[in-house]
Design a binder for this molecule. Structure first.
Ligand code: HEC
Length: 193
């Protein structure tokens, strides 16, 4: 059982990469629907984000108190924030020519750049906050291009999420609790013309 689980986990990213490669023409060819594709991408993104927060930030900053996480990580010789880690990945994927794109947004952003902009983003963030455990899927046209857009809840999975946001000088919300929806991950996949 253990072996099967491990194999499935380690093979999943490869499967995704394979299907995305197959999709480079803009049309899914590996039999995955846009929703299956964004769901799979989200699974990997969310897992990596949780692992980084729990095993690195929460352990070293909040539990062991050996190193802090800071927005100015370079100057402060500190850990990169989970949100910065996420954005760095999104930017690198874009530079590598990914057909999809992803970002971390919130109705209560510390960084105003992370506020929702499109109607789909606004509706999606409201929906996932009001309907815990559910995702939001829609289609939108941006700059004349059609996209499948999925919004997934970003949950306070570790004490570090809550203490850092509630104590940040720029946060518009100071009462986040463990398990709360703090924002959302938006994934866009082009639907071709
Ligand atoms: C050490 C501080 C710190 C920790 C830990 C932290 N965050 Fe943040 N988070 C920030 C800062 C600062 C930003 C804005 C950074 C930026 O955009 O450059 C941010 C951005 C975000 C955003 C985008 C909206 C916004 O507020 O700008 C979400 C959603 C978010 N964090 C959720 C979480 C969750 C969930 C966790 C735990 C898994 C977490 N954060 C852990 C400080 C932190």
């Amino acid at each position: 059982m253990r072996t099967i689980k491990t194999v499935t986990r380690s093979v999943l990213p490869l499967m995704i990469v394979a299907s995305i490669t197959a999709c480079s023409s803009g049309k899914p060819q590996a039999g995955l629907s846009p929703q299956q594709l964004t769901d799979s991408l989200h699974l990997v993104l969310e897992t990596d984000r949780t692992v980084y927060t729990k095993l690195i930030v929460n352990r070293l900053q909040n539990e062991e108190k050996v190193i802090k996480a800071s927005e100015h990580w370079k100057e402060d010789k500190a850990l990169v924030l989970p949100a910065q880690m996420f954005r760095a990945g999104a930017e690198m994927a874009r530079e590598k020519g990914a057909t999809f794109s992803y970002s971390l947004l919130s109705t209560w952003p510390i960084n105003k750049q992370n506020a929702p902009k499109t109607d789909a983003e606004k509706t999606g963030l409201d929906y996932i906050a009001a309907n815990k455990g559910k995702n939001y899927y829609t289609e939108e046209t941006l700059g004349g291009k059609k996209y499948f857009t999925a919004v997934y809840a970003d949950i306070a999975v570790a004490p570090a999420c809550v203490t850092c946001h509630n104590g940040h000088k720029d946060t518009p919300k100071k009462d986040f609790k463990i398990g709360d929806v703090m924002g959302g991950v938006v994934i866009r996949y082009p639907l071709g013309s």
